[in-house]
Design a protein around this ligand. Sequence first.
Ligand code: COA
Length: 185
Amino acid sequence: MNGIKLTTERIVLRPWEESDAEALYEYAKDDRVGPAAGWPVHQSIDESREIIRTVFMQEGVFAVTLPGDDKAIGCIGVIRGAKSNMPIGEDEGEISYWIGVPFWGRGLIPEAMHRVIRYAFEDLRLKNLWCGYFDGNEKSKRAQKKCGFRYHHTCDKTYCALTGDYRIEHVSLLTFEDWLKSRPD
Ligand SMILES: CC(C)(COP(=O)(O)OP(=O)(O)OC[C@H]1O[C@@H](n2cnc3c(N)ncnc32)[C@H](O)[C@@H]1OP(=O)(O)O)[C@@H](O)C(=O)NCCC(=O)NCCS
């Protein structure tokens, strides 16, 4: 199990726990969140608990919380190689994320992404980070751009196993070299 905590000025990223089920359900039952990211709205607290157990409780996946308040308000993860949804090598990772609607527009996910990117390059020693967004998801496109990701290619027919449909997915890349060049410190 991954016991790592990552912090920034406005965010604490910590491992998921089964006791986060109620908070997860509160945000994941909103149809503005999951479907944009390729997963269906949660139907019950039990379903949220099951997702935590089977999907979120793994290395590299973090609950997004605010300092001084342990409630999970979003999720961000970097998944390596074969475990990711992309055909990438074991020294590469896919970053995915969402945050509850009441917290949109405060730049919290870009801030969390910057921290996870540092973790992926410095601690996990990955060489490339990939991020996808489905056609029309301008909010996610903006978040990736703010974190230094550059457009790489488009998949015209990506199958979303969880929602059972095909979508156009735009894929962007951040290489270790590009990150080193853009880093402020
Ligand atoms: C995509 C997402 C993670 C962005 O997180 P965030 O912390 O709100 O990111 P930001 O505050 O940087 O906002 C990103 C863009 O969203 C748009 N935006 C911000 N607040 C908004 C709001 N209340 N309503 C609509 N759009 C909004 C803006 O265009 C903003 O870009 P800008 O700052 O350049 O104007 C969040 O919108 C989300 O969870 N969406 C649903 C799930 C999802 O799409 N996940 C990504 C799958 S690839």
